[in-house]
Write a protein that binds this ligand. Structure first.
Ligand code: GLN
Length: 441
């Protein structure tokens, strides 16, 4: 597994050639453009957040091979002399996708859908709403769903302490470091938790959760009070984007199917009643928190994050939303506007009359579209020789579908009497065995 990962990592762009400054400078630049925006206010209903410094402004990116770029606006320092990209803030609702991941990992999707749905609610994060016929919360990103999911961790008999400890330890694995739980913020939120308590009572009355309402909210509020920096969030986002492999430690912390499920729900419900507009204008699965953090994941590419505490009427960071819009536009990150891929998987097809061989040179990433292009090229071309060479020296990556298509195609050609030779120094075709073993690199 690690060997395969290393190989995949070797094929990512050579980041050492990129001057780190260029990317961090760019992040700084887009923050400067939004620095004058003083709209919104800190979360008023939690005293610890209401009184927080509203000024820190930071952004971070993390690639799937663990390179982190971060920028703090003009090197802003808080009273303690800490730059904004090192400032810790409570994760709040950004914990929801990760605790959902942990619950999926512990119980599987079939158990989860019994108690929480996956439809966007179109409602505020703390709305008192349940699905009409099943009484389930509609998704795990709104508070009703998140309280329900929290209760699944460590089984229904768990104490609050053990449940929180399990969540905390999972968050540590995701961030790749020991995170702190901010008891003060948790306590201050408990003082104004009428709404979440109402939700918990409602969930209990429908037997969706079993614990006492007070305990359920206490456990959920603690999960929200884990301290992170923008850099942590970017790494945690990259873990989802990579399909579950933590980019700094190289450890698989969740199954690929779990990462897929979590990001799908983030895409449709992560930004609450602004989710539709967010998807259209930014096009990145995301989750916001009322302490001012925003987390984004670009599947297969990046984790992104921002921090700025003043919120809009949906509870999303005002400057964070702007920064994501800029990043998405400037860097072409919108999921629905990808560059065409795999078009040029066949670099050349040459008939060599000296060696009596047909040489097919492949390149780039071979996925379904790449495989289709190869099949089409072979079927449209009248092969002159019975000897075929597939040269894969310039292939950068092969996904499970591309791998299967290549192997099946080669097998078929051999059955048809072709003598097929493969030049595959990176061993891409051998990934078939790993893919079959469900290793899902
Ligand atoms: N702890 C917060 C709450 O339940 C989290 C809300 C949020 O970040 N949107 O109200």
């Amino acid at each position: 597994m690690t060997d395969l990962l290393n190989r995949v990592q070797l094929n990512t762009p050579e980041h050492k050639l990129v001057k780190e400054g260029i990317i961090s400078d760019y992040l700084n630049h887009i923050m400067k453009d939004n620095a004058d925006n003083s709209e919104g206010q800190t979360a008023q209903y939690i005293s610890a957040l209401r009184d927080a410094d509203p000024e820190p402004f930071a952004t971070a990116l993390c690639t799937l091979d663990g390179r982190i770029y971060s920028a703090a606006l003009g090197g802003t320092f808080n009273d303690a002399g800490v730059a904004a990209d090192q400032v810790e803030f409570t994760i709040q609702s950004i914990s929801k996708p990760f605790v959902y991941a942990l619950a999926l990992q512990e119980h599987g999707i079939d158990e989860l859908v019994k108690v929480v749905g996956m439809e966007p609610s179109g409602e505020a994060f703390n709305e008192l709403s349940l699905e009409g016929d099943t009484n389930r919360p509609v998704n795990p990103m709104i508070n009703a769903g998140a309280i329900t999911v929290n209760q699944l961790i460590n089984g229904s008999e768990s104490t609050v302490e053990d449940r929180v400890a399990k969540i905390h330890s999972f968050m540590n694995q995701l961030a790749g470091r020991e995170l702190t739980l901010d008891k003060k913020t948790a306590e201050s939120e408990m003082e104004s938790s009428d709404r979440n308590l109402a939700l918990a009572h409602m969930l209990r009355s429908y037997h969706i959760i079993q614990d006492q309402a007070e305990d359920a909210v206490n456990s959920y509020v603690q999960q929200c009070s884990i301290l992170v920096t923008v850099r942590d969030l970017a790494v945690m986002g990259a873990t989802l984007a990579s399909g579950g492999v933590q980019p700094l430690t190289g450890r698989r912390v969740m199954d690929q199917s779990v990462a897929r499920q979590v990001q799908s729900v983030m895409a449709s419900a992560g930004m609450y009643n602004a989710a539709g507009r967010w998807m259209a204008s930014v096009g990145i699965p995301a989750k916001s928190g009322v302490a001012g953090g925003v987390l984004g994941t670009l599947p297969g590419q990046l984790g992104l994050s921002s921090f700025s505490p003043k919120l809009d009427e949906h509870g999303n960071s005002v400057r964070g939303v702007r920064v994501f819009q800029r990043l998405s536009n400037d860097m072409g990150l919108h999921l629905m506007a990808p560059d065409p891929r795999g078009r040029a998987s066949v670099r050349s097809l040459t008939e060599d009359s000296h060696t009596d061989e047909t040489i097919v040179r492949l390149q780039g990433d071979i996925d379904f579209i790449g495989g289709e292009r190869l099949y089409r090229t072979l079927s449209e071309h009248e092969l002159k020789h019975k000897k075929l060479v597939f040269d894969m020296t310039r292939v950068d990556g092969v996904n499970p579908v591309g791998c299967r298509m290549l192997n099946n195609g080669i097998e078929q050609l051999r059955e048809e009497g072709y003598e097929v030779r493969i030049e595959d120094p990176e061993g891409w075709l051998k990934l078939k065995d790993a893919y079959l073993a469900g290793d899902g690199v």
